[in-house]
Design a protein around this ligand. Structure first.
Ligand code: ATP
Ligand code: MG
Length: 381
């Protein structure tokens, strides 16, 4: 099999591969770029694998006129900036020691060893500079069938790194065949070792959950997480049942992971996933909106177009009823609307707390009118 695409033709990429090869080393595309090209999906980043040692990679890159940044030197990764594109170049590795969280690695000159320490067969594909796919573990047929399977024995691979539990569900959500169930051996191993996720940092868990919930339809994967006890482990108190209805209601709205997170609910989600401050604020606003009574227009006004859309869809999914037919136009109208009275309109007659209370009351009247009362209407009242 041969893959093609702009990412393969990029001038800097070609020059970097040629430089490594003419110095006598192997240089191959690996991981996401090959997998996505095989699946006909867009390629986001270019990762390369080589038998050259990191220092050699740096020297060769710099002698070719590129910048080499030692971004993960202890793991053998050098980022090479070539003609405006970043390439993560990682020396072939094998695991020497693992403890469920991090691995001690040794460099290797064998592609088979490098492939064997990767997580899923679809992530253990390589391609040469011409796009010829190299498949040291037989992952190509799994990839073409969109089957997410662990490299080797699922249990053993999970015990090396418990984050792979979440990656199993994430890759199924992003790249799996939705009509196929999850791989039975993988799922059973995830269920058996879900408690191991406790040892994984919340940043890593949060990063995987963001990607998982950003998939076009994460609901089958999340349902499997719930059934296997993994969901309760990462998001205590979460309930997946409104997620499939949400995805259905979203229709062509772009997937937004935070909107999906809202309908899952759960306790202390911000700490569980190490959300940023703005994410925590948006989540709280959405949670309040879902249990509140605001109209789509009022939600658009309060939260803006994007969060307003999230709020309408999430509430409809949780309550189990579709939103009004004109909800999108209403959210947009609200997002563009401006409360027609300001504090200045009420001064100097009112001040301090009384002014604040009056303004709030006028805002409530305006919202209750569907954002239609004018400044005169409100000041006369
Ligand atoms: P995406 O485009 O969705 O990011 P990706 O394949 O690039 O997909 P990454 O998480 O960026 O995913 O990882 C890059 C590659 O590194 C994977 O394809 C896989 O081969 C390997 N890898 C990453 N994390 C692990 C892990 N925890 N265990 C084993 N291999 C891993
Ligand atoms: Mg990646």
């Amino acid at each position: 099999m041969k893959v093609a695409g702009d990412w393969l033709e990029h001038r800097g990429t070609r020059a970097l591969l040629a430089a490594l090869e003419s110095a006598g080393y192997r240089a191959l595309f690996v991981g996401g770029c090959v997998r996505n090209a095989v699946l006909g999906l867009p390629v986001a980043d270019t990762d390369l694998a080589t038998d050259a040692l990191p220092e050699t990679v740096s020297n060769i890159a710099e002698n070719t006129g590129f910048r080499a940044v030692p971004t993960g030197i202890e793991h053998g990764t050098v980022t090479v900036l070539a003609d405006g594109r970043a390439h993560e170049v990682t020396t072939f590795r094998r695991d020497v020691e693992t403890d469920g969280r991090r691995a001690v690695v040794a460099f290797s000159t064998h592609i088979e060893e490098d492939a064997a320490r990767r997580d899923f067969t679809m992530n253990a594909l390589y391609a040469d500079a011409l796009g010829n796919v190299l498949d040291p573990l037989g992952g190509l047929s799994d990839t073409l069938a969109r089957r997410v399977r662990f490299v080797g024995e699922a249990e053993a691979r999970i015990r090396e790194d418990y984050l792979r539990i979440l990656r199993f569900f994430r890759f199924h959500a992003c790249y799996g065949d939705p009509t196929l169930g999850l791989d039975a051996e993988g799922l059973a191993a995830c269920a058996a070792f879900s408690a191991g996720l406790e040892t994984i940092s919340r940043e890593r868990i949060g990063a995987e959950m963001r990607k998982l919930l950003g998939a076009r339809d994460p609901s089958p994967a999340v349902a499997a997480m719930a059934a296997s006890g993994v969901l309760a482990q990462v998001l205590p108190g979460a309930d997946h049942r409104a997620l499939a209805p949400l995805v259905h209601l979203e229709a062509s709205a772009p997937p937004r992971w935070l909107r999906r997170l809202v309908v899952l609910g759960g306790q202390a989600v911000d700490t569980a996933l190490r959300l940023s401050r703005p994410e925590t604020r948006d989540l709280a606003a959405l949670v309040a909106a879902v249990s509140g009574m605001d109209s789509p227009a009022a939600l658009g006004w309060r939260l803006g177009a994007d969060l307003g859309t999230d709020a309408v869809l999430a509430r409809a999914a949780v309550l189990g009823g579709p939103p009004s037919a004109d909800w999108q136009a209403e959210v947009s109208r609200g997002a563009a609307a401006v409360l027609p009275v300001t504090a200045a309109d009420l001064m100097p007659g009112l001040e301090g707390a009384a002014l604040g209370a009056r303004l709030k009351a006028l805002e409530a009247r305006w919202l209750a009118s569907g954002l239609r009362l004018t400044r005169d209407d409100l000041l006369k009242s």
